[in-house]
Design a protein around this ligand. Structure first.
Ligand code: TXA
Ligand code: MG
Length: 337
């Protein structure tokens, strides 16, 4: 595994060409997107895509997102391109929005876990776009981490999680959005959000009209057994969510755990503990800035070998939906609500 530093604003042509060459011969390259780092392979090459599943230890029933450089390239991979897709593309591409549409036969079944739909996104990162243009290929790219683990927001996170399972990592520094893209299902008469992200109903409904109410397990629609992926995006440490008003009982519990030798930390917007038993990481009160910091904070706590991380619940409401979803999955089953 090699790591090449690359400038986001002016990606070095020889680094991009080298990465493109690795991808063309069917191997894996991790690259930055604006959300998280992706583990890329040629989406039209089933054996290249099989390497992604092997490197991540990803179950074969969990389909991948295919990255394309523009709307035209997206349309070549689908059998239907509804008017709503054009509107969303115009409003949010390049950007942290993934659309699920009926697939065209050229997309291998392994990419879509045998589904007749494909998830598509145009990433808003100059390095990702340069790579898509240089390869002239659609790139299947899940987050560049071992299955179930925290997504990587830096090249160091990728290297730690995947090591020699990836040929090359393009390092353009920390990602801006910090949590994975919003996934919208555009099949059928009423679109719905399958996975919340930075863009929520508040941004999407003005563009395409009312969204169907999210159903409880839609986020992993492709899985065979509901409940299997409730735990996801998880650090090594045990995460426990608490409400701001329960901060004092939480602090007592944290102190008791620490007294028994556990390393205890807290991720908090407002709440605090004062007795020194607990490392307090202050999180921003704004959802976009919170999202940008979330995985990096959890990676840091894992690296420092914390055992338990108490996390103050974030506010209700659409703007926080993406962060709330990730915290619920990272803490399941300790804080199932
Ligand atoms: O921001 C992101 O989306 C990042 C960057 C690298 O683009 N990618 C990412 O990929 O998060 P991954 O594989 O970690 O998550 C893909 C999500 C999964 O929840 C998967 O079930 C869903 O997209 N998905 C993919 N294809 C689908 C399909 N055909 N129908 C329903 N859900 C699908
Ligand atoms: Mg992932």
């Amino acid at each position: 595994m090699r790591i090449i530093s690359i400038d986001s604003d002016a990606p070095d042509v020889s680094a991009i060409d080298e990465a493109a060459e690795i991808l063309r011969r069917g191997e894996l390259v991790a690259f930055p997107t604006e959300t998280v780092y992706g583990l890329g392979a040629n989406a039209l090459d089933a054996s290249a895509v099989a390497r992604i599943f092997a490197a991540k230890g990803r179950p074969s029933y969990n389909p991948l997102i295919v990255h394309v450089p523009n709307e035209g390239a997206a349309r070549e991979l689908v059998s239907e391109w509804p008017e709503r897709a054009s509107r969303l593309a115009r409003a949010f591409w390049p950007g942290p929005l993934t659309m699920v549409l009926r697939k065209q036969g050229i997309v291998p079944d392994i990419v879509t876990a045998g589904l007749d739909s494909v998830a598509l996104r145009v990433p808003a990162h100059p390095v990702a776009l340069a790579l898509l243009r240089a390869t002239d290929l659609p790139l299947a790219a899940p987050s560049a981490n071992r299955s179930m683990a925290l997504s990587p927001t830096s090249a160091r996170h990728v290297a730690r999680s995947l090591g020699d399972r990836v040929e090359l990592i393009l390092d353009a520094g920390p990602t801006a959005v910090g949590i994975e893209s919003t996934v919208v299902d555009l099949r059928g008469s009423q679109p719905s959000i399958l996975r919340p992200g930075l863009l929520g109903a508040r941004e999407i409904e003005p563009v395409i009209g009312a969204l169907a109410a999210p159903n409880e397990h839609a986020g992993d629609a492709a899985r065979p057994a509901p409940g299997m992926l409730d735990r996801h995006y998880a650090p090594r440490a045990e995460l426990r969510l608490f409400a701001t008003e329960d901060a004092s009982s939480m602090a007592r519990e944290a102190a008791a755990l620490a007294a028994r030798g556990a390393r205890v930390a807290m991720l908090a917007i407002e709440a605090g503990v004062t007795d020194g038993s607990t490392e307090v990481v202050r999180m921003p009160p704004d959802p976009a800035r919170y999202a940008q910091r979330l995985y990096a904070a959890l990676h840091d706590l894992d690296e420092a070998a914390y055992d338990v991380v108490f996390v103050e619940r974030v506010p209700d409401g659409d703007a926080w939906a993406g962060v709330r979803d990730r915290l619920e999955r990272a803490s399941w089953p300790h804080s199932s609500s």
